[in-house]
Each structure stands twice: as structure tokens, then as C-alpha cells.
Write a protein of this length. Structure first.
Length: 701
């Protein structure tokens, strides 16, 4: 690395800002330790190789600033301050450990039964506390276990002797205080290595001194204090090891230790570091957490080769993930699992991610220029605003990855990709290009996914309702004038559903398009469904009324031969019963069936040879009605009339909306009748197989 003109020269914050305002950007190798650049704007400046120990860039703007090979951390005076604090905390821990041991030992030496029980309970509480910490760490579960043990012990002691209960409470309080203080002391101690040994020595010395002093007071106190101190120190050493190994049960202690280690160190708290680079920089004892006023922005920061970044206070949640931290500093993720990792805004330019599992990973805003993604799994990866310029994507799986017009796909090096993570029953992974002997030519990849980017796919469940479709599409056109009826690319059947693909102008808010569609379509569909149900009920009532009136007309056509027995016709008039001869009847199923047959015969043959014949379908439906033993004569009449209405509509060359409405209501009538029948019913079976075809012929699904 070449040296700048300020290399090795101390510069104050005032001098730096003055030179920066005058147009200077080269501060390579400058000594800036201890300076405060609060809220300063030093974007684009070059501080590579600079000494920035204990410098404070709180709430500053440092976009695209170069800190490569810089040395961050603590000035010597802050090292001394931290060391003294550790000694103080370790001494307090040793005192509490010795005192707690002395206190418990006291109850075992008085010879009083109450004191003996108190001592046993206190010792049990300490054992439970230490065991819970060792097994569960410093978590809510640990606090729950300790609290339960204390409540039980206190209740027992209170029942035994009130004085003993308070004694146990005091012993327990000191025991817990000693355990936690010792743990904190060694959590803090990893701020710098040699402090650990010193802290152990100090804590042990204090505990031993207290034990020795207690020995003069009464026999056994020194031994108890000494024993308790040894166990406490061993627990603290164990906790330190778990922290170093990043045990999640001790993560809160690690965070506290990092905050302590960053005390007085280089601070970028609340700073905008977008696009900055810390390549090969030493970042121990640095602080990147949010400030009180601003959030620290680390979008696309270059961490490659950064030293001791794991010893810095990292506020961003994604940097707390060891997988992410290692990837950002090494750029080596070959054949590794990063599934569901948070890589938002990550700078992965040139990263080696061949065959990596990136399933469900969040790459929004990430920089992946020239990254090697050969055979990587990007299934369901979020890639909004990600930059894949010149990335290598041959063999990658891109099933359901989320991209839009802000995703940069330029100069992609790709021969083929797969659109399915797992092969289907035929072993097909939806390779593109489809031909296994063919590869993408330069620019083909971008063209393929550009088309996908410029489309919106809307899933219409259970077929299309024409009125709802018209209303929803009209709402989209009004909200997005660039969308017209010509924007419809395709309708694709997905089982009972329809997948509508729309081409939209670049920059269109696709979420808004889908939201508008869903709101209007679902609202209209609900209204249409409710209206159809009311119409079906009304239609059924009209049909019943028609049958009733027909029955009255039937009776009026009788030839009366005997006036002795009056018959109520249902419309308020009476006729004599006796010998009668039928001359005609609307309930004569043979007559109704004949009329339906004539209506069916009026239906023209299908224009397309392979198209189902409505005439044949309605003939089958008519036969099913006539031969169904579960239907009453009135129900058969109602069903035949419904078939006849469908036939009348089908006889029209181009059925209009009114005719289609008649067909829809007639099929609803048949469905309503079939719902009350068993599965063995001929009408129920025919409705299942024939009604969907009828609706499709009238473009009602």
C-alpha cells in the first residue's frame, strides 16, 4: 500500500475537516487517534492505513470512505482504564464469594438445629444456582429455576423458623450476587487476554483473604469461604470458555463483554458507512452499534480480510450470525449452508459461493458483482435491488426467486439454469434452455428474466367470475394507465384455478397491482355469490309457484262427472270429485320431458370437432333425472325445467350475458337438488361430471 502525504503525521479533527472542505481526500496513514468527528461529513475520504484508535465518528457521514488496513481499537490510557475496572470487579466478586462462603459455613458451626437447617438450605440454593447457570447459561430459564428453588426454600425455612427464613434470604442474595459478579468479571476479562489471569488472581486473593480473616472469628469459616471461592472461580472460568465458543446460552454475557471491550475504543455508532471499506483493517474494540439519535448504516460495506471483527461491538443483527460474519470477512462460501440467512446490503462482490445453499436467503440490496454462484441454490431468495453484474450463474437453481426491475442483471455469465429445486416425477428440473444440448448465448439470460421481471401473475381461484374479472381489471387500468387489455399475456389453468399473466411497464408497483386486483375481485365475487344465492332461492320459489299454478290449471281441465266430493285446488276454488278424465297436465312428466327433448334438439352441432357436444351432455342429464329413483315427481319436474332452460340458452348462436345468467341459475338449481341426494343418485353423479363441462362451454369458469 502506497503512503500518502500525511502518513505518520498526527492530525486533529479540526485539521481534517478543514482540509476535507478544501477538497483534500487523501489522509492515508495519518494518525487520528483520540479525535472526535461527531456528525462530520467525510464521505469519499481515504483513511487507509490510518491510526484511528479511540477515534469517535459518532453520527458521522462516511459514505464510500476507505478504511482499509486502518488500525482501530483502544489508546493506551483506555487499556489501563479497562484493566482497572476489571480488577475492581474481580475484587468485588472475590469479596462476595468469600463472604457468602463464610456466611454459609457459619450456620454449620453454631451447633443450633435451626442454624444447621438454614445452612443446608443456603448451600442447596447455591448448588441449584450454580448448576442452573452451568447447564442453562444466563437465560430466562435459569432465572425461573433459581426463583422456583428460592421460593420453595424460603417457604420451607419460614415454616421451620422465621429467623432462619430471613437468614436464608440473606445467604441466597449474597450467593447469587457472588455468582453473577464473578461471571461478569470474566465476561469482561476477555477484552484483552492478559487481564483474565490477573482478574482470576485478584478475585481468588480477595476470597482467600476474607477466608483467612473469617478463620480468626470461628473455626470452619475460613474453609467454607475458601471452598466457595474455589467453586465460584471454576464456574467463572467455565463461563469464560463458553463465551469464547459462542454458546448461545451465554450470548447475553458475550454482548455485555463486547460492550465493555468497546468502551473507549473506535466508535462508528450511528454513522452512515454505506459503501465504505474496512478490507484488512484491525477492528478489535470498535463499536458499530446504533447511537441514541441514529441507526448505523452498513449497507454494502466491504469487510473482506477485516481482522478481529468478532471482537467488535456489532449492532446489526445479520452480523451476529457467525455464518454471515465469516462469509463477509473471507468471501469463501463454497458448498456451505446459508439457508434463510440475512444478507441484506451485504458486499459479496467476487465472493466464492459455488454450490452454496442460499435457499430463502435475504439478498435485498446486496452487491454480488462477479460473484461465483455456480450451481448455487437460490430457491425463494429475495433479490430486490441486488446487483448481479457479471456474476457466474451457470447451473444455479432460481425457483421462485424474488426479483424486480431494481435487480441488476447485466453481463451475466450463464450457460443454463434450473427453475425447480427438486426434479418432478419425470426427473425434470425445468432446465432453461429446455434442450439439454443447448446453452444460453450472451444476453439470453437477461432477456429471459427481463420478461419475468416485466410481468405480474395473478392467481384466480376456482375459475373466473366474468363480472368480478371485468371490475377488477378496470380498476387496475384506472390505477395504472400503462396497463391495457393488450397487456394480458396468457391464461393458464392450474387445476381448478386460473393463472393470469400481465405484462406491465418497467417500474410498475407490482404489489399495488396485485393488491388492487385482490381487493376489487374478491369484493365483487362475494357480492356476486350472495346475489346468486338470493336469485337461486327466488328462482326456486318461482318454480314452485309455477308448478302450483300449473296444478291448478291441470285441475281446471278436468271433465266433471260427479259433483258429490269437492276438491280444493289450492287457489280458493273447489271442484267436484268423482269420475274424471285427464285431458292435459303440467305435472305430466312425459309432457315435460317431451318439451325438454324438443329444446335439446334445437341446439346446433359444435363448430369445433373436438369440442364437447352440449346436446349430448343435456341428453345424459335428462336421462339421469328421469331415471333417478330418489327424486319425487315435483323434483323431477323442477330439474327437467332447469335442463330445458340450459338447452334454450344453448340454442342461441352467441349467448349473451342474460343467457349465461340463465344457465348459471339453472345449474345452481341442479346443484341444489343434487346436494340432498346420496352419492348413488344418478342425478348427483351426473351433476359432478357434466355441470363443470356445461359451465366451461358457456365460459362461466
Amino acid at each position: 500500500m502506497s503512503q500518502g502525504k500525511y502518513h505518520g503525521k498526527p492530525l486533529s479533527a479540526t485539521e481534517v475537516t478543514r482540509l476535507y472542505d478544501a477538497g483534500e481526500r487523501d489522509f492515508r496513514g495519518a494518525i487520528l487517534r483520540g479525535n472526535t468527528f461527531h456528525k462530520a461529513n467525510l464521505s469519499g475520504a481515504d483513511f487507509s492505513g490510518a491510526d484511528i484508535c479511540s477515534a469517535r465518528f459518532v453520527d458521522a457521514t462516511l459514505k464510500n470512505t476507505n478504511f482499509s488496513h486502518a488500525k482501530a481499537g483502544l489508546q493506551r490510557r483506555w487499556v489501563l482504564v479497562q484493566f482497572l475496572l476489571i480488577i475492581l470487579i474481580a475484587g468485588l466478586a472475590g469479596f462476595l464469594q468469600g463472604y457468602t462462603g463464610w456466611w454459609i459455613a457459619y450456620y454449620f458451626t453454631t451447633g443450633n438445629t435451626t442454624d444447621l437447617v438454614t445452612g443446608i438450605i443456603g448451600l442447596a440454593l447455591v448448588a441449584v444456582t450454580f448448576t442452573a447457570i452451568a447447564r442453562q447459561g444466563f437465560t430466562i430459564r435459569t432465572l425461573g429455576s433459581v426463583a422456583f428453588a428460592f421460593a420453595f426454600a424460603f417457604a420451607f425455612a419460614f415454616a421451620f423458623a422465621v429467623a432462619g427464613a430471613f437468614a436464608v434470604a440473606g445467604a441466597f442474595a449474597f450467593a447469587v450476587a457472588g455468582a453473577f459478579a464473578g461471571a461478569f468479571a470474566f465476561a469482561f476479562a476477555f477484552a484483552f487476554a492478559f487481564a483474565f489471569a490477573v482478574a482470576v488472581a485478584v478475585a481468588f486473593a480477595f476470597a482467600f483473604a476474607f477466608a483467612g480473616a473469617g478463620a480468626f472469628a470461628f473455626a470452619g469459616a475460613g474453609a467454607g469461604a475458601f471452598a466457595f471461592a474455589v467453586v465460584s472461580l471454576l464456574l467463572s472460568i467455565y463461563i469464560k470458555k463458553r463465551i469464547y465458543r459462542k454458546d448461545p446460552n451465554f450470548e447475553n454475557l458475550r454482548i455485555i463483554g463486547l460492550a465493555f471491550a468497546a468502551l473507549g475504543g473506535t466508535s462508528f455508532s450511528g454513522t452512515n458507512l454505506s459503501g465504505a471499506t474496512f478490507a484488512q483493517a484491525t477492528l478489535k474494540n470498535s463499536n458499530f452499534a446504533d447511537s441514541r439519535q441514529h441507526s448505523t448504516i452498513l449497507s454494502r460495506v466491504r469487510w473482506h480480510g477485516a481482522q478481529q471483527l468478532d471482537r467488535a461491538r456489532l449492532g446489526m443483527a445479520n452480523l451476529q450470525d457467525p455464518r454471515v460474519l465469516k462469509l463477509l470477512t473471507t468471501l469463501d462460501g463454497i458448498d456451505q449452508d446459508f439457508s434463510n440467512a440475512d444478507l441484506r446490503g451485504a458486499n459479496l462482490a467476487g465472493a466464492e459461493l459455488g454450490q452454496a445453499n442460499l435457499r430463502g436467503v435475504n439478498l435485498n440490496g446486496a452487491l454480488l458483482k462477479e460473484a461465483n454462484l455456480h450451481k448455487a441454490n437460490l430457491t425463494e431468495a429475495n433479490c430486490i435491488a441486488a446487483d448481479f453484474t457479471a456474476a457466474h450463474l451457470t447451473g444455479a437453481c432460481l425457483e421462485a426467486w424474488n426479483i424486480d426491475s431494481t435487480t441488476t442483471l447485466q453481463n451475466i455469465d450463464c450457460q443454463h439454469v434450473f427453475l425447480r429445486e427438486k426434479p418432478d416425477a419425470r426427473g425434470d428440473r425445468e432446465r432453461r434452455p429446455h434442450n439439454p444440448n443447448k446453452d444460453f448465448q450472451p444476453g439470453d439470460f437477461e432477456k429471459l428474466f427481463k420478461e419475468m421481471i416485466d410481468t405480474v401473475q395473478l392467481l384466480i381461484r376456482n375459475g373466473i367470475n366474468p363480472d368480478s374479472f371485468k371490475a377488477a381489471f378496470q380498476s387496475i387500468i384506472q390505477a395504472h394507465p400503462g396497463i391495457t387489455t393488450d397487456s394480458i399475456q396468457s391464461f393458464e389453468r392450474q387445476g381448478d384455478d386460473i393463472l393470469l399473466t400481465l405484462k406491465v411497464p418497467e417500474g410498475t408497483n407490482k404489489a399495488d397491482v396485485e393488491r388492487t386486483w385482490d381487493e376489487v375481485y374478491e369484493a365483487r365475487l362475494a357480492a356476486a355469490t350472495a346475489a346468486a344465492q338470493l336469485e337461486a332461492e327466488k328462482r326456486r320459489g318461482d318454480d314452485i309457484k309455477e308448478v302450483s299454478l300449473g296444478f291448478s290449471r291441470f285441475l281446471s281441465s278436468f271433465q266433471i262427472n260427479n259433483m258429490n266430493n269437492p276438491i280444493n285446488t289450492g287457489d280458493g276454488s273447489f271442484y267436484a270429485g268423482g269420475d274424471v278424465n285427464l285431458t292435459g297436465s303440467t305435472l305430466n312428466l312425459g309432457t315435460i320431458s317431451g318439451q325438454v327433448s324438443n329444446q335439446i334438439n334445437q341446439i346446433p352441432a359444435p363448430i369445433v370437432a373436438d369440442q364437447p357436444s352440449l346436446k349430448d351432455i343435456l341428453t345424459q342429464l335428462q336421462t339421469a333425472v328421469e331415471t333417478d329413483g330418489e327424486l319425487s315427481d315435483e323434483e323431477k319436474a323442477e330439474a327437467l325445467q332447469a335442463v330445458g332452460r340450459i338447452a334454450t340458452a344453448g340454442a342461441e348462436p352467441n349467448p349473451d350475458a342474460k343467457a349465461k345468467g340463465i344457465v348459471k341459475r339453472a345449474t345452481d338449481t341442479l346443484k341444489g337438488l343434487a346436494e340432498s341426494l346420496t352419492d348413488a343418485s344418478k342425478l348427483a353423479e351426473a351433476c359432478k361430471t357434466l355441470l363443470p363441462t356445461i359451465l366451461s362451454l358457456f365460459a362461466l369458469i
